[in-house]
Design a protein around this ligand. Structure first.
Ligand SMILES: Nc1nc2c(ncn2[C@@H]2O[C@H](COP(=O)(O)OP(=O)(O)OP(=O)(O)O)[C@@H](O)[C@H]2O)c(=O)[nH]1
Length: 243
């Protein structure tokens, strides 16, 4: 696994909601991962703003943070956009260090490929293995998104291949068009957020974070423990970045 990239990417300040605004134990952290130009940024922007961004700008990985209402539940949602990963000739994965940090930080993952680009589809399996190496235990809430479904004539990945791959990752497959519609994108993100919240309830968060030796806060004094949790996590991320 090669790494590169610099800057305290993940440690950019996450806008803190005033304590009274923080939705206790309902902070959902999602990382959006995939190859170049598959539509990671466009999907996030469509989900959060209902708008489509037509121009292409290689993304450096922005963090979006806001409260959203999913069904009737209000959650503090943080979505980490990430720079592209790429397959190398030996089918190894080039994944910048800053992407590792966002994988380490996230509770759930959106794996994105473009249905018009088979190599972006082939990137998903090694990318998923990489995430598993960082989170070896517990199940990790994931969804697989085949984007650009509006470009039917340019399709290179049949829907069945998406379904098969999603099943092997333990997630659900969604075909979306960030360009054409909001609902397909919203349903995909909504599903993942619900899976993440479910994983908190199942204690999976504790099992998964067991690898970090950080018990998921259970006490009534959630805010204090969450503050400590965040501190320990960010110091862990800091030490991880000095690797
Ligand atoms: N036709 C079509 N174009 C799309 C769709 N989603 C994104 N695009 C376009 O594809 C290009 C790449 O979109 P981005 O959102 O920048 O892709 P990205 O994965 O963030 O790209 P990287 O910065 O390389 O990681 C842009 O020109 C988008 O306008 C879609 O659903 N349909």
């Amino acid at each position: 696994m090669s790494s590169g990239g610099s800057g305290n990417f993940l440690l950019v300040p996450i806008p803190e909601y005033p304590l009274l605004d923080c939705v206790p134990n309902k902070t959902v952290k999602i990382a959006v991962l995939g190859a170049s130009s598959v539509g990671k940024t466009a999907l996030i922007v469509r989900f959060l703003t209902k708008r489509f961004i037509g121009d292409y700008e290689a993304n450096t990985g922005a963090l979006y943070s806001r409260k959203v209402t999913l069904d009737v539940e209000e959650v503090s949602l943080q979505i980490q956009d990430t720079p592209c990963v790429s397959l190398q000739d030996d089918e190894g994965l080039y994944c910048q260090e800053q992407i590792n940090r966002s994988i380490y930080w996230a509770d759930g993952y959106v794996f994105v490929f473009s249905i018009t680009d088979h190599s972006s589809y082939r990137t998903i399996q090694p990318l998923y293995q990489h995430v598993r190496r960082i989170h070896p235990s517990g199940n990790i809430p994931v969804i697989l998104v085949g984007n650009k479904s509006d470009l039917l004539r340019a399709r290179q990945v049949p829907a069945e291949e998406g379904e098969t791959l999603a099943a092997s990752l333990g997630g659900v497959y969604f075909e979306t068009s960030a360009r054409e519609n909001h609902d397909s994108v919203h349903n995909a993100f909504l599903h993942l957020c619900q899976e993440v919240i479910r994983s908190f309830g199942s204690g999976n968060g504790e099992k998964r974070r067991g690898g970090l030796h950080l018990a998921r806060p259970k006490s009534p004094n959630m805010q204090e423990l969450k503050r400590r949790f965040r501190q320990v996590l960010s110091s862990k991320v800091k030490s991880a970045t000095t690797l």
